[in-house]
Ligand binder design. Structure first.
Ligand SMILES: [Zn+2]
Length: 396
């Protein structure tokens, strides 16, 4: 009797030591695992002259910081801001792809561009950081399936059907919410359905981040392949139009897709927008005067000015646990097979605490282990789920 009780205690001690051991070694698990982020806007910084080959003091990412964060694959966002319409979306998207190609060519021993899962595995085997391309907003295809094929040939492997602005063939979350009474229609047009079918045929992932609910439901009826949300969070935890409702999360899980959680404070913390508005009332004059000293478009001026006053935002940045709650919610609702990382780094001005830039990504691994996630579930969330969807969608 005494001996068996002793064994029970010993087993309990071992299992405690085991889990403790896992958490203290979270960095080892993080660096062993294939880590993928499905959304980063640093291309906008590159266009403004920043060279991300070496460490920079701006934004959330550059090559040395990707390495420090244990990130293996980054999907760089090709996004043309609507205000820059003096040149065609198509031409500007091509220029942005050139900028990433040039970054890869200038760093041949450290970086490779992947267009399929085999490339990803090969490049990681060679010890390289992997760049992939995603297009945010379907405007550059110019309502022409031939142009969609062009971007596929150039390596674009997901397309977010809309940005905040709708395309002619799909309505965005912003327009479906703000313009509801003025919209002639909602959802996908017949041409929009053709785009979805063509993306399935080409082997390009359909990204439902940014689309309106009607567009979402239309897409889910048409697609024959799993979809991704490259950078969205959970509506139940934070009622933002960019977030996904439970019924949408369940439908994406049923479709075999993956929801990659966005780190943007207004998407994860329902109290953030109110706090930020209050802070901006006080900071706006300083932000405006800093903006006047910065060269670049509106997006870059906003990013750099906020960065200059970042310490002022410290008091309102949500804690890391608020971000992890979104991963946890999706995993508990539909399973750990359907959640991933979609940071939106360099596209968001402020990041949650303990997630200051891409070098802080291992904290996600630590927090998931702390919440009791198994090593295998953590690996799925870090990148395994994305790889499953990539393999299911790509042309064999
Ligand atoms: Zn976005």
């Amino acid at each position: 009797m005494k001996i068996s009780r002793c064994i029970v205690y010993l087993l309990a001690a071992f299992s405690f030591a085991g889990s403790f051991h896992d958490i203290t070694n979270y960095r080892k698990l993080h660096s062993d695992a294939l880590v993928v982020d499905t959304h980063n806007d640093v291309v906008q910084y590159i266009l403004n002259g920043l060279d991300i080959s070496s460490r920079t003091v701006h934004g959330h990412s550059d090559l040395p910081r990707f390495r420090d964060g244990g990130l293996d694959v980054e999907m760089f966002s090709i996004w043309v801001p609507p205000e820059k319409t003096y040149r065609s979306y198509y031409e500007q998207a091509d220029e942005q792809i050139d900028s990433i190609e040039s970054f890869v060519l200038r760093n041949p021993t450290h970086v490779g561009l992947a267009t399929n899962s085999r490339d990803v595995e090969k490049l990681i085997g060679e010890g390289k950081f992997v760049a992939m391309l995603g297009m945010e907003g379907g405007h550059p295809i110019d309502n022409d399936l031939k142009k969609l094929e062009h971007f596929y040939r150039r390596g674009v492997r997901y397309m977010t059907l809309t940005w905040n602005n709708s395309t002619d063939w799909a309505t965005s979350a912003k327009d479906e919410t703000d313009q509801e009474k003025h919209l002639p229609r909602k959802g996908l047009t017949p041409f929009g359905k053709k785009v979805v079918r063509k993306m399935n045929e080409l082997g390009m992932m359909i990204d439902i981040s940014h689309v309106g609910e009607q567009t979402f439901w239309d897409v889910m009826k048409v697609t024959r392949k799993p979809v991704i949300a490259s950078h969205s969070s959970v509506w139940a935890l934070c009622h933002h139009r960019r977030n996904l409702k439970d019924e949408q999360l369940r439908t994406i899980a049923k479709n075999g897709g993956v929801v990659c959680i966005n780190f943007n404070p207004p998407f994860i913390d329902s109290t953030y927008a109110r706090k930020e508005n209050k802070l901006l009332e006080r900071l706006q004059p300083r932000l405006d005067s800093i903006r006047n000293t910065i060269r670049g478009d509106e997006f870059i001026k906003d990013q750099y000015a906020t960065e200059a006053l970042m310490s002022e935002f410290d008091a309102i940045r949500p804690p890391l646990s608020t971000l992890i709650d979104h991963f946890d919610y999706v995993a508990k609702l539909v399973g750990a097979d359907h959640v991933g990382i979609g940071s939106d780094f360099n596209g968001i001005a402020v990041a949650p605490k303990e997630m200051d830039d891409v070098t802080y990504l291992p904290n996600i691994t630590r927090e998931l282990l702390k919440r009791g996630y198994s090593e295998s579930d953590v690996r799925k969330i870090l990148g395994g789920n994305f790889m499953r969807v990539l393999r299911a969608v790509e042309r064999k």
